[in-house]
Ligand binder design. Structure first.
Ligand SMILES: Nc1ncnc2c1ncn2[C@@H]1O[C@H](COP(=O)(O)OP(=O)(O)O)[C@@H](O)[C@H]1O
Ligand SMILES: [Mg+2]
Length: 372
């Protein structure tokens, strides 16, 4: 199959750091491809290897093993300055003594672009990022969001083949983070530029990305579109990391025609079409007395004062603006259960009994390896 001119192919990428206590495997045999114009996000908890992976793509860190090919060229040993990559960091890293205009123009001057051409390009970037009125200001006179816009303009001004962004919104307040992520997505679409984005924030990742790679402990756990990963998490880790998840012990599971008949602690049998077999590590962590776990999202459950198939007790009721959140103890629940509902449920009070139910179509069953 011909390689698209602008695609990125990462194969078996590995990075070990030596330390007195022994080697740290920061990135462990990671492989993925990113298409031209794609917005691709690496998502995972702190310390899972996102930044190290990004830095190897940028050429700021040498790989211990594996390869990076961009546009048909092997990048693995190419120095950073020859990779034609734009990079945006959490810290804006602007030059304090230069104006916004000069900060954006800096990379072009380094590359020796004639000043007339450079001016036109800088102005185009200032327009794209709505920075034109601030062109003569210095970084100290800008808000955090404006400074981050300058660093994005600076990364894009020399027309790089790829844009890398490492937690670019982490220093901004919650409201600005939401508007800036929409702006980054708009600019990325306008320019059609391949982008690799790093974040630990699952909502941010799902809202902007074409595809996600979920990392844990240096390994790539799952690749797919936000909807695919959210609807069908391939592991308990991913189910738990991507949004809230309720886990219930399955007393028994019988497979028939690709569907699972699951018996929960209450004794009811529930047909669940989405079935995942766990790997050895996660299988070993299941509670001893069950064949697997059933996962259902808090906004897909029903809470009633009486009828339902899981007897629960409400321990806390919170009004969270748009929703009401019930925290519940229930038989066979691995942890506290959560029910997010539109309106308070009459008859369910803190400390009182209630019953939980949900449709099998809204659940995923995770089977212990070797149980079937
Ligand atoms: N220069 C380094 N020297 C030693 N260990 C490092 C270095 N950089 C990162 N690490 C370790 O590698 C792991 C992955 O780090 P990093 O890629 O920064 O994670 P993330 O960006 O997902 O938070 C962590 O355990 C971190 O402590
Ligand atoms: Mg990081």
């Amino acid at each position: 199959m011909p390689v698209p001119t602008n695609s990125l192919i990462v194969k078996h990428l590995t990075k070990r750091f030596g330390s007195p206590a022994g080697d740290i495997v920061a990135v462990d045999d990671v492989s993925f491809e990113v298409g031209p114009s794609e917005f691709f996000t690496m998502l995972g908890p702190s310390g899972c290897g996102k930044t190290t992976t990004l830095r190897m793509v940028a050429g700021l860190e040498t790989a211990t093993g594996g390869s990076i090919v961009f546009g048909g060229r092997d990048f693995t040993a190419t120095p950073a300055q020859h990779r034609n990559i734009g990079m945006v960091f959490q810290s804006y890293a602007l030059f304090p003594h230069l104006s916004v205009f000069e900060n954006v123009a800096y990379g072009l001057r380094l590359r020796g672009l004639a000043s007339g051409k450079a001016r036109a390009r800088v102005e185009r970037m200032l327009d794209l990022l709505q920075l034109r009125p601030l062109a003569q200001r210095h970084p100290a006179d800008l808000s955090g969001g404006q400074q981050q816009r300058v660093s994005i303009a600076r990364a894009l001004v020399y027309d790089p083949g790829m844009l890398l962004l490492d937690e670019p919104l982490a220093n901004l307040d919650a409201k600005l983070r939401v508007s800036m992520r929409e702006e980054i997505r708009r600019i990325q679409r306008d320019l059609g530029i391949m982008s690799l984005y790093v974040t630990h924030d699952q909502e941010e990742a799902m809202s902007v990305s074409d595809r996600l790679a979920v990392f844990n402990r240096g390994r790539l756990m799952q690749l797919g579109s936000p909807a695919e990963i959210f609807e069908m998490p391939a592991s308990l880790f991913v189910a738990d990391f991507l949004g809230q998840a309720n886990f219930l012990a399955a007393r028994s599971v019988r497979l028939q025609g690709g569907e699972a008949m699951v018996v929960l602690s209450g004794g009811d049998a529930l047909p669940v079409p989405r079935v995942v077999t766990l790997d050895a590590t996660e299988s070993a962590r299941l509670p001893a007395d069950c064949e697997g776990l059933v996962m259902v999202r808090p906004n897909r459950v029903r809470l009633d004062p009486r009828a339902g198939f899981i007897p629960v007790r409400a321990t806390r009721i919170q009004f969270l603006g748009g929703i009401v959140r019930y925290t519940l103890h229930g038989d066979g629940a691995v942890d506290d259960l959560t029910a997010d509902v539109q309106r308070p449920v009459p008859g369910v009070v803190e400390g009182g009994a209630a019953a939980l139910s949900f449709a099998g179509d809204d659940a995923v069953v995770y089977l212990r390896q070797g149980s079937q």
